[in-house]
Design a protein around this ligand. Structure first.
Ligand code: NAP
Length: 274
């Protein structure tokens, strides 16, 4: 399906989880799904109605057939999604949240002037609150601490911590998502559930295509990074595997940067600017 390769093994043998946010073969959620399946996990996919055919084709290509419609803004669909999971599996061991949305008009130009009340609310609802809601529902069907607990990851971006041109309201939503990750991690920690975020560098996906100046973000993300390379799907999916498997024991409430070191650069080498 892609030219990416994901190491096989049995780190997640016997584990089951929900993947939210596969739109196509370039989706970060799809890279993560392939990695988790290669390590023995059984997966369910939630999707927005219109995408069923595409998501079904991808899921079947890795031997998975459990698909559940769920628009994260729809309480009834979210309720039904987790009820369906519980009915078929009883419990789930992990949750992957790779969902975000902001209007195109808001992903360009002035944050101050272009952000409407409705646009702000929508970006926060879909990109941040949906993780709080999904975490609440998922934790209710995760095993007890004595029986292994569970793990969750969401996807974020550096625009939450620093100003990135055109990222605008999405940066604010990602800041809320990261703060939510820490609060959820504290609440669920005693239940043996670990909750972390992966801050991925720029990657060519549908969501990225919606951001004005995305090409510059990609180029800068590579040229100014420590590794002088693009963020790879293998790297992001590998981080998810670490955080969702027992490899990630003791790690919770963390925002793990997987961006070729870009986040830690203060000033790029002068020679790179010439
Ligand atoms: P993507 O393939 O477009 O995935 C975004 C997903 O969000 C899509 O499946 C989309 O479904 C879903 N979504 C949007 N609104 C929804 C709703 N109301 N209900 C349910 N699902 C909804 O793009 P991606 O880049 O892989 O994004 C995944 C995550 O990674 C996002 O949180 C994004 O912010 C984050 N991230 C991306 C990058 C990057 O450079 N690409 C970097 C760091 C973090 P529809 O297509 O049906 O709307």
């Amino acid at each position: 399906m892609t030219d990416t390769s994901f190491p096989a093994g049995d780190l997640l043998k016997g584990k089951r989880g929900l993947i939210m946010g596969v739109a196509n073969k370039n989706s970060i959620a799809w890279g993560i799904a392939q990695q988790l399946a290669a390590q023995g996990a059984e997966l369910a996919f939630s999707y927005q109605e219109a995408l069923e055919k595409r998501v079904r084709g991808l899921a079947e290509s890795i031997g998975q057939d459990f698909l559940i419609p769920a628009d994260v803004t729809n309480d009834d669909e979210m309720e039904a999604c987790f009820k369906t999971l519980q009915a078929r599996w009883g419990t789930i061991d992990f949750l992957v949240h790779a969902i975000a949305f902001a209007g195109k008009d808001e992903l360009q130009g002035s944050f101050t002037h272009n952000t409407t009340r409705l646009g702000f609310q929508r970006a926060m609802d879909i990109s941040a609150f949906s993780f709080v809601d999904a975490a609440k529902r998922a934790s209710a069907i995760m095993p007890s601490k004595e029986n292994g607990g569970g793990a969750m990851v969401c996807l974020t971006y550096l625009g939450s911590e620093r100003v990135v041109p055109n990222y605008n309201v999405m940066g604010v939503a990602k800041a809320a998502l990261e703060a939510s990750t820490r609060y959820i991690a504290r609440d669920l920690g005693p239940e043996g559930i670990r909750v972390n975020a992966i801050s991925a560098g720029p990657m060519r996906t549908l969501a990225m295509a919606g951001i004005s100046g995305g090409k510059t973000l990609m180029k800068t993300g590579k040229d100014w990074s420590m590794l002088k390379e693009d963020t790879t799907m293998e790297g992001v999916a590998g981080a998810a595997l670490y955080l969702l498997s027992d490899l990630g024991k003791s790690c919770t409430g963390e925002v793990l940067h997987v961006d070729a070191g870009f986040h830690a650069v203060g000033v790029p080498d002068i020679s790179e600017d010439e």
